[in-house]
Ligand binder design. Sequence first.
Ligand SMILES: [Mg+2]
Length: 324
Amino acid sequence: MDSKEVSLIIKWSGKEFPIEDLTEHDTVAVLRHEICKKTQVRPERQKLLNLKYKGKPVTDDVRLGAMDLKPNFKVMMVGSLESDIKEAASRPEDVGSVVNDFDNEEEDNVAFENKEVYLAKINKRIKDYTIKELNPPREGKRLLVLDIDYTIFDHRSAAENGTELMRPYLHEFLTSAYQDYDIAIWSATSMRWIVEKMKLLGVTDEARDYKLVFMLDDAAMITVLCPLRGVIEVKPLGVIWGKYSQYSSKNTIMFDDLRRNFLMNPKSGLRIKPFSEAHLNRHKDKELVKLAKYLKAIAEHCDDFDTLNHRRWEDYLAKKRSSH
Ligand SMILES: [Mg+2]
């Protein structure tokens, strides 16, 4: 399906903010989300003055394609007192991230009917997003994509140093995974922070027995309208698959503590139990030990990851164990 791109300019507070990451299938709710990313003005505070649909102010469910807007149409925005802006700018990065996740198995199959309409956004990322390779991909390896916050790192707790916030057995896990997988990082924050966190955890140290192939940041994510959850940002593996033909859903697995990050590729995602309150859990969390075994088992026994159900990873391991 071809989706036409829609480009708009938001005029607000004496400045112009181009919004380019939209298609005709996106709704006003998605537009508001994109405006928020550019201006920090929260969606509910945005008054979009001259955006009309059938002569009336638009509602959030109206599709941009239905409004017949000229390219680079200027939308006048008002609203938002200084204090609101300050409040918005200081909001925690992961606001709503835990409460707004979904976990029903049925939701994997929810007609995420308009998947195709997001292909335009994915294609745009494939074209415009630069993946900086840290180390070359290796012939015949599968791909493991790891989230950072709450997956391998507790980014909320106070601590003296990075090791205290690191999920236990991280280096052992990565060393083991590296035998069968190229390892990538994908975090919903800016690259600057990703680089800092990896340094803090010692993951990018030269002396490690494993190496990262590349890291992706929030700019590689796309905004989608999820029928059940509203507007969310997701990590579409299609961006990586479009740039590297050796990786596909057959050989890629992604770990994240938020299932909604997998929305575009639910079968490739494994939701890991979140690692938080490091000071309490540092001594008992063994998820990475178990998951290293799972990665090893599927690398050895499975030629097509599409046939796996990662929701049942613990059963898979138990079965493998009892059959030996
Ligand atoms: Mg996370």
